[in-house]
Write a protein of this length. Structure first.
Length: 360
């Protein structure tokens, strides 16, 4: 049984193998050898429970990508009776157009052609599961992947959010704060994007909306001073998590780097091992431009994970695979809607199932 069959069976019947079992030992068979891929993810009890409702969120959120990208794969399979060079060329184009990324697609095509040759496959129908399996393998890449947030052992956990203006950074912070509050955590929002008009008010509105505390200063204030005073308050008043909004002026890379360096120094001086996460927020609808942003931000600060917003609004959901391959950073959250509940901890199995369920 291929990887996708295991995932599909797992979500079709809750009594099937658990996600953890699939992640610990996922095998793909080959006529030459048997390669075992270890995909281990430490999860909380809540994350381990894979209900039909959770899977439906992915199914619904990836509808556009499924109708666009996957329908093209289905048409390709129906078009060819035999696997030939023209088939591979069209497959390559479909994958690139899905924003998986040129380098990722080239790597994928090499692997796929090798397996086709080794296993002597000449029917496109027999390639369907192999295509999905190989894309899954490329994302996992023999690594231990986790979407789990790195919480501090003691004191407040500090999470820094970076990203260009307009990607949904402030909204993402509000959604994550809402989730953390539901988990019983005491959360403080810090508005350190003091130069963009309306940024402070927008974050404050989110705080009022979800009844989470907010701290900032007047527009034009030194962002690091906001961070300093906010963290002092967080320590004094025993907050569990501090979420910090930052400026996104990537067009002035040098100034932004200096600003982030200063904030990081302030955080580390007040909170041990802080910041515990630096999450880059990217608008999935921007495609390859989003991947370029990830590369640029990775050059100027220590990014620990990606948040992909508006994934439900694009037909090119392959960006999840492309961004992991291009910048080697895990996707930690994905946005699948506008409501405060519509932000999901990223799960590769649910994503693969939601994207390809109509393909098999």
């Amino acid at each position: 049984m291929g990887l996708f069959s295991k995932i599909k069976n797992m979500f079709k019947d809750p009594k099937d193998e658990s996600v953890e079992q699939i992640q610990k030992s996922t095998n793909t068979k080959n006529t030459q050898d048997k390669k075992e891929i270890s995909h281990t993810k430490k999860v909380t009890k809540e994350e381990k429970v894979n209900t039909k409702e959770e899977v439906k969120v992915y199914e619904k959120g990836l509808t556009k990508s499924r109708e666009g990208f996957v329908s093209k794969l289905i048409n390709l399979t129906n078009k060819y009776q035999k696997v030939n060079e023209e088939y591979f060329e069209e497959l390559e184009e479909i994958l690139i157009m899905a924003d998986i990324g040129v380098n990722t697609v080239m790597n994928f095509m090499d692997r796929l052609k090798d397996r086709v040759k080794q296993e002597k496959i000449d029917e496109p129908e027999l390639l369907k599961e192999m295509i999905v399996d190989e894309l899954f393998i490329i994302y996992v890449n023999d690594e231990v992947l986790t979407s789990k947030i790195n919480y501090a052992e003691s004191g407040p956990t500090v999470i820094l959010f970076v990203g260009v203006n307009g990607v949904g950074k402030t909204t993402t912070i509000g959604k994550i704060a809402y989730q953390l509050k539901k988990q019983g955590k005491k959360v403080l929002l810090l508005g350190a994007d003091t130069f963009r008009a309306g940024a402070i008010e927008q974050l404050n509105e989110w705080g009022n909306k979800i009844e989470v505390d907010f701290f900032s200063k007047t527009e034009g204030s030194d962002p690091s001073s906001v961070v300093y005073d906010g963290l002092v308050r967080a320590k004094e008043e025993n907050y569990d998590v501090v979420l910090i909004d930052t400026a996104g002026r990537l067009q002035n890379k040098v100034n932004l780097m200096k600003e982030l360096e200063k904030m990081n120094k302030v955080i580390s001086s007040l909170v041990e091992n802080g910041p515990h996460e630096t999450l880059l927020v990217i608008d999935a609808t921007t495609g390859q431009n989003g991947i370029s942003q990830a590369k640029s931000f990775k050059e100027i600060t220590n990014i620990t994970g990606i948040v992909l917003t508006k994934l439900d609004g694009t037909a090119k959901g392959g960006i999840v695979l492309g961004i992991k391959e291009e910048v080697n950073l895990p996707v930690k959250y994905i946005g699948l809607g506008e409501a405060k509940e519509d932000l999901e901890l990223f799960d590769i199995e649910k994503y693969i199932y939601g994207l390809f369920k109509d393909f098999m």
